[in-house]
Design a protein around this ligand. Structure first.
Ligand code: ZN
Length: 173
């Protein structure tokens, strides 16, 4: 299986979307929703194509691997903690754009956070994935926004569940 296997979100043609944007009407909620979809897909594709903090981390305090058999996604998250804060955080993996973009966003989101802040971020994200998109979560809302079917939720939560598991093991053994 190719790591560049096409998932639902990968089929977006951003060139075509941009080309058609000036003709969009602002008259209906459906149009606004379509525009948000395009915006969200662009955010997710950006993280997928230019992942932040991708790579292994040697001697990490946290190293946790999870896979998602439903979609074939794999993610390993690594972190070093210093003075109670996430000093360095990275990930490796392969799979659909949602799973890899979500891991990239996680590393940006949790970098520099202390235990309480990191746990709050994780809970807020998982809560959103269980319920509805929350714009105050910034880029993370894009992950919720583009998911059309419940079985893709696991793609988005994979990295977060992995980090949460590793984090819990670090503190509780
Ligand atoms: Zn997936």
């Amino acid at each position: 299986m190719s790591p560049w296997r096409i998932g639902t979100a990968d089929t977006v043609c951003t060139t075509r979307r941009r080309a058609s944007a000036p003709r969009l009407s602002f008259s209906g909620a459906a149009t606004i929703s379509a525009m948000m979809q395009g915006f969200y897909k662009e955010i997710v594709l950006d993280h997928y194509q230019r992942p932040r903090n991708r790579g292994e981390l040697e001697n990490a305090d946290i190293e946790e691997h999870l896979n998602n058999p439903l979609c074939g996604d794999e993610v390993t998250v690594y972190a070093k903690l210093r003075d109670g804060k996430v000093a360095n955080i990275r990930f490796t993996g392969r799979g659909c754009s949602i799973s890899q973009a979500s891991a990239s966003m996680l590393t940006e989101r949790l970098s520099g956070k202390d235990r309480e802040e990191a746990e709050a971020e994780i809970e807020a994200f998982l809560e959103m994935m269980r319920t509805e998109e929350k714009e105050e979560l910034g880029d993370l809302a894009a992950l919720k926004g583009i998911i059309q079917t419940p079985n893709r939720v696991r793609c988005a939560t994979l990295a977060w569940d992995a980090f949460s598991k590793g984090f819990g093991n670090y503190y509780h053994g």
